[in-house]
Design a protein. Structure first.
Ligand code: NI
Length: 136
């Protein structure tokens, strides 16, 4: 019996989208306001979904307390109220787009889960714009 368990969370962070080896003009044209030199903020929403076979003895797929704790440690503590470009090691050389943030989050959480569990993250950058990553 395959089942999914999700944890929803939220963090606020600032970022600037920029390709270092592009000209200022090209960055401005391509990224628009997201290239603003003094950064801008987003209220990110994140849904982390773990999928796998239910443990018939306990009735659990995963301990939701554990899922809550790893999302707090690996995502909230790491990203909330941070400037992603300046404060977060992962984005020193990686453009902090919603796509890349979702991939970084997936990679962090993947290490904390048993191999038999599948993982998917959905990251909302705005209410209407979101990206989804499942490791493929
Ligand atoms: Ni932005």
């Amino acid at each position: 019996m395959e089942i999914s368990v999700s944890r929803k969370t939220h963090f606020n962070a600032a970022h600037r989208l920029n390709v270092a080896h592009w000209s200022e003009e090209k960055n401005k044209t391509f990224f628009g306001p997201c290239n603003n030199a003094n950064y801008h903020g987003h209220n990110y929403d994140l849904i982390v979904t773990v999928t796998g076979e239910i443990d018939l003895e306990t009735g659990y797929l995963i301990d939701m307390k554990y899922l809550k704790d790893i999302v707090k440690e690996d995502v909230e503590d790491r990203f909330d109220h941070k400037n992603l470009n300046l404060d977060v090691e992962d984005f020193k050389t990686l453009n902090p787009t919603a796509e890349n943030i979702a991939i970084v989050i997936w990679q962090l959480l993947r290490k904390r889960l048993e191999n038999k569990l599948k993982l998917k993250v959905i990251l909302y950058e705005t209410e209407r714009n979101f990206v989804e990553y499942n490791g493929n």
